[in-house]
Design a protein around this ligand. Structure first.
Ligand code: TRP
Ligand code: ZN
Length: 507
């Protein structure tokens, strides 16, 4: 009845526009961002722009207490949405109002706001939590590593879920303010610039800011007792390095490597263009693992990286990632070659720069080292699969591919690409086919079959194909290892012997 009275013509249309879409039009955000290797990673329905993490950590008990404030924009009419998180949550608010929440799946925090969230509107999510991260297992695994005097979060492809709720995939990069209160005498090391420190009642608060888009796995936290060095590079970048006080015999070699970060960046700028961030440094916590990780502006290094002496090559590798991986981030974990191929090739260029073997000599060495029937050639750098994502071949054949490209298109186009790509795509995401298209544009050559051969075929490129790319088997006199090879190999011995995760992933 009433309806009929209200309906007539034009008036009804006007009213319809004013009435918000019914609840039925609001749908849940996807529990996945759609990654081809890690379906649980990331979520749909919103886009994060900023994380504000206010934390307190007690090394004695491993208790981490936090309030995460997340600024996002909806990308659909949302009835509910997920964050990726593994710790115990006590309260969630959306736009100031209490929201319902529950844990689903392995590490999903499902949040249902009091009312639907319309598309394209800003949303503020506050999550309060407290837990002992080292005891929280997902697939029998924790990314949170205890040290004798603290803890560290630095893992790939994921570590965020053990210390803050997020949209945990490189596709959704954001800026960060990370403020951590730790017992006096301990420090909290994170990304970017140290904005302030303050002490009160036996606790010291360290407030860090990372002001350029940053992927979740590149966001790091270390709590412990560190010797901190600060400096400014010739071009004015603030440098902060941190060395655990208990590095023992490795302390000297760690410093002799990482204190050369400014020099390494200066070299890398000549090949990749301007450094993409406004801070620099590295840190070495007292962990037992062997790997390094390109955490944004402040790479993580395991003490073992320096057990055989200084290794500037690994520093060059992690700093090269600041362009290839951190500023230009992969769009899907299948694109790992865009990170590791280029960071490894940077080590080859550094070797050339140091007079310890040219990139061609390193390429010849890799090419000759593995006969055609070696399993090395079965790994496709352009799509290695989740279980082989960090296989040595992704690094070595990945770099070899770049030397082959250099031979195929000549130095001029090649170096124009190495510099142009991170400039053009700075602070974004990219996929391998986009890189191929860019290389074709710059070189003016059709490179489809070239990249298919070098990145996507599970076999050794041989014969005329290899010859055309400047590589050919020297059966009678295989290439000898260039001087730099040992240090380069030490970088990825570590990749090869990292603890394998029970689901086949390497962490
Ligand atoms: N991306 C790291 C590097 O190239 C290596 C790496 C692979 C890694 N998997 C990891 C580091 C897991 C830490 C955890 O230097
Ligand atoms: Zn790497």
């Amino acid at each position: 009845m009433h309806r009929r009275l209200l309906v007539p013509g034009v008036l009804a249309t006007g009213l319809m526009l004013a009435i918000p879409a019914s609840a039925a039009d609001y749908t849940p955000g996807a529990p996945s961002i759609g990654d081809s290797y890690y379906p649980a990673a990331g979520n749909g329905g919103y886009d994060v722009s900023h994380y504000d993490l206010r934390l307190k950590y007690q090394p004695k008990t491993d208790l981490l207490e936090g309030t995460a404030t997340i600024l996002a924009t909806t990308t659909q009419d949302l009835s509910r949405f997920n964050l990726d998180f593994a710790l115990k949550v006590s309260e969630v608010r959306v736009n100031g109002k209490k929201a319902k929440f529950k844990k689903t799946g392995e590490q999903e925090l499902q949040i249902t706001p009091a009312a639907g969230l319309p598309k394209d509107t800003p949303v503020t999510v506050v999550v309060r939590y407290a837990d002992k991260p080292s005891t929280v297992k997902v697939n029998d695994w924790t990314s949170w590593v205890r040290t004798p005097d603290g803890a560290v979060a630095a893992q790939e492809p994921e570590s965020a879920a053990w210390w803050y709720p997020s949209n945990d995939h490189p596709l959704d990069k954001a800026t960060y303010d990370i403020s951590v209160s730790v017992p006096e005498g301990s420090q909290a090391i994170s990304n970017g610039t140290l904005q302030s420190t303050s002490s009160k009642l036996g606790w010291t608060r360290y407030s860090w800011r990372s002001s350029k888009p940053q992927a979740t796995y590149l966001t790091t936290l270390a709590v412990g007792k560190f010797d901190v060095t600060t400096d400014t590079t010739a071009s004015g970048l603030p440098v902060v390095n941190a060395y655990s006080k208990d590095l023992g015999e490795n302390g000297g070699a760690a410093r002799a490597s990482i204190e050369r970060s400014g020099e390494a960046v200066e070299f890398l700028e000549t090949v990749f263009g301007p450094y993409p961030f406004n801070a620099l440094g590295g840190y070495v916590p007292n962990v037992t693992s062997g790997f390094a990780l390109e955490t944004q502006t402040r790479p993580f290094y395991s003490p073992k990286q320096f057990a055989k002496g200084a290794n500037v090559s690994v520093v060059v590798h992690e700093l090269a990632h600041q362009w290839y991986g951190d500023s230009v981030s992969l769009g899907d974990w299948a694109d790992i070659w865009l990170n590791e191929g280029f960071a490894s090739y940077a080590q080859w260029l550094w070797s050339e720069h140091e007079g310890e073997g040219t990139a061609q000599e390193l390429a010849d060495y890799i090419y000759d080292s593995y006969p055609a029937d070696d399993p090395f050639w079965t790994v496709k750098p352009g799509n290695p699969g989740a279980d082989k994502q960090f296989d040595g071949a992704v690094y070595d054949r990945g770099a070899l591919t770049l030397q082959a490209l250099r031979n195929e298109i000549g130095d001029k186009a090649f170096f124009e690409i190495l510099k142009g790509w991170p400039t053009e795509r700075a602070h974004g995401n990219a996929r391998i086919p986009e890189f191929v298209a860019y290389a074709e544009k710059v070189s003016g050559k059709d490179l489809g079959s070239f990249f298919d051969t070098w990145l996507f075929q599970p076999q050794k490129p041989a014969g005329a194909t290899a010859k055309a790319a400047g590589l050919a088997a020297r059966a009678e006199a295989p290439a000898k290892a260039p001087k730099s090879w040992k240090k380069i190999a030490d970088t990825h011995d570590i990749h090869d012997h990292g603890d394998a995760h029970t689901d086949g992933r390497r962490h």
